[in-house]
Design a protein around this ligand. Structure first.
Ligand code: SF4
Ligand code: SF4
Ligand code: SF4
Length: 168
């Protein structure tokens, strides 16, 4: 293909991020990068230490560092009016996903993630001629991220669900 045939939609395909960043809970996502001043106050306020400085200096939750306790401190300390929703709203719609790297898919016995989940949203189902496999109960999963660091294979990710993209 000649240079003049550059196709921007193909470029987007190649440059698109592998995953969308997880903003702090209750963040209104639609205008987040437009309104956030990158002041770092939410990162400093998080008692769990899970808010990291992400791409462009915008805050992102990194569940490898721990889980969200839904304390609302990040939202309360934010100086930008309206960037976060009040605590009575749903904090986010993200949930745990168990990927193909799960050891049980290779026939290895592992139930590490089960006990890390306080709401008991990870259940193990018996499988014929195989080790029990985990399944996330989407009605119970809060997206807290507590299971992420517990997985020795790094097979658990937290991402958007089909319910929606969180606060607009
Ligand atoms: S709600 Fe609390 S624990 Fe969760 S990211 Fe915000 S400050 Fe951290
Ligand atoms: S901890 Fe990871 S490898 Fe183990 S069962 Fe859970 S998802 Fe699979
Ligand atoms: S994200 Fe939290 S509630 Fe959901 S499965 Fe993991 S530990 Fe359980």
């Amino acid at each position: 293909m000649a240079d003049g045939d550059f196709n921007p939609s193909r470029r987007r395909l190649f440059t698109r991020r592998a995953r969308d960043p997880v903003r702090p809970p209750w963040a209104r996502l639609a205008r987040f990068t437009e309104l956030c001043t990158r002041c770092d106050k939410c990162r400093e306020a998080c008692p769990e230490g899970i808010v990291a400085r992400g791409d462009g200096g915008f805050p992102e939750v990194d569940f490898r560092l721990g889980e969200c306790s839904f304390c609302h401190a990040c939202a309360e300390v934010c100086p930008v009016e309206g960037l976060f929703a009040p605590p009575q709203r749903t904090p986010w719609t993200i949930q745990a996903r168990i990927g193909d790297g799960c050891l049980t898919r290779a026939g290895v016995y592992c139930e590490s993630c089960r006990d890390s989940c306080a709401p008991r949203a990870i259940q193990f189902e018996l499988a014929l001629r195989s080790v029990p496999r985990p399944r996330v109960d989407t009605a119970a999963c809060t997206g807290c991220g507590g299971c992420v660091a517990s997985c020795p294979a790094g097979a658990i990710s937290i991402g958007a669900t089909s319910i929606g993209e969180g606060h607009g």
